[in-house]
Design a protein around this ligand. Structure first.
Ligand code: ZN
Length: 300
């Protein structure tokens, strides 16, 4: 039975003034349940990630400043959220959610976190709504415990996984593949193992052809025994930050193609949501739910 990691702390929105659609995390499991895609038994609530596990990836200075709410004002502005104990608790939950997804993926093939994909967090700083890098913490968790030897991180959020690229730039056991908007945030990009830069208004066909051209080669070349997939839906043409011209159907085809690769090669896969900023929340929730539908359809 494929497990979905979700904690209802996301039902409580951040204070007024933030511009991040946090309540999508509350709507996704409700819609999946309502449409009969999942049952309640599939939903597992994570606990907060222990700090010693976080410290396998993030610097002690950064974590100490974060936990004591002592980050300087410029750093907090780069993160984009007002810093609070609730926010840090939520971030530790989403990191643990991704770690627990990994444990479930070994038995069920795939597991999905209704949160996460915080790929702009570096080892020593946060930015772009990301404080802790869940994929990086979970990948190091797997490597350090010898649960995996060769990891592939597939990042198809419209924004480059700059924090992930920085964290693993000297780690030959982690291959980072990022397909993202060339002219989008972050404007100073890091070097992933493979970066595919997309022009503004990239079409469905161009997008899917690039994915089909490059992703299977990465899998063959790196030969991973574990995959992380960041399925951001800010590639949609309706997205206010995305700058691409991708339809909801092509977004679903993207997910299907990724899951078919993971399944065909029999590689356990953990999925996290990443971005989605369409003005109409239904566009965001429908696209994220399509990711779950495709994963469950292919791995069940
Ligand atoms: Zn994004």
């Amino acid at each position: 039975m494929i497990k979905i990691l979700y904690d209802n702390c996301y039902a409580h929105p951040l204070p007024e003034g933030h511009r991040f659609p946090m309540h999508k995390y509350d709507l996704i499991p409700k819609q999946l349940l309502h449409h009969g895609v999942i049952t309640l038994e599939q939903i597992i609530a994570p606990t907060p990630c222990p700090l010693d596990i976080v410290l396998e990836t993030h610097s002690k200075n950064y974590i100490d400043s974060l936990i004591s709410l002592q980050l300087d004002a410029a750093h907090i502005r780069r993160i984009g959220f007002p810093l609070s104990p609730e926010l840090i608790y939520r971030e530790l939950m989403l990191v643990q959610g991704t770690i627990e997804c990994c444990n479930f993926a070994f038995t069920d093939g795939v597991s999905l976190n209704v949160a996460g994909g915080t790929h702009h967090a570096f080892s020593n700083k946060g930015e772009g709504f990301c404080l802790l890098n869940d994929f990086a913490v979970a990948a190091n968790y797997l490597l350090n415990r010898k649960h995996a030897k060769r990891i592939l991180i597939i990042d198809l959020d419209v924004h480059q996984g700059n924090g992930t690229a920085q964290i693993f730039k000297n780690n030959k056991n982690v291959f980072t593949f990022s397909m993202h908007g060339k002219n989008n945030f972050p404007f100073l990009k890091e070097n992933s193992s493979v970066d595919i830069e997309l022009a503004d208004y990239t079409s469905d066909d161009e997008y899917l052809n690039l994915l089909k051209q490059h992703l299977p080669n990465c899998i063959k070349k790196h030969n991973p025994d574990f995959i992380f997939y960041l399925s951001g839906v800010d590639i949609l043409k309706s997205d206010k930050l995305g700058k691409l011209n991708i339809s909801a159907n092509a977004c679903r085809m993207r997910d299907r193609f990724v899951f078919e690769q993971c399944k065909n090669y029999n590689i356990p896969t953990t999925v996290a949501m990443g971005g989605g900023y369409s003005p109409n929340i239904a566009d965001i929730v429908n696209a994220h739910c399509a990711t779950f539908e495709e994963a469950i359809g292919i791995f069940s």
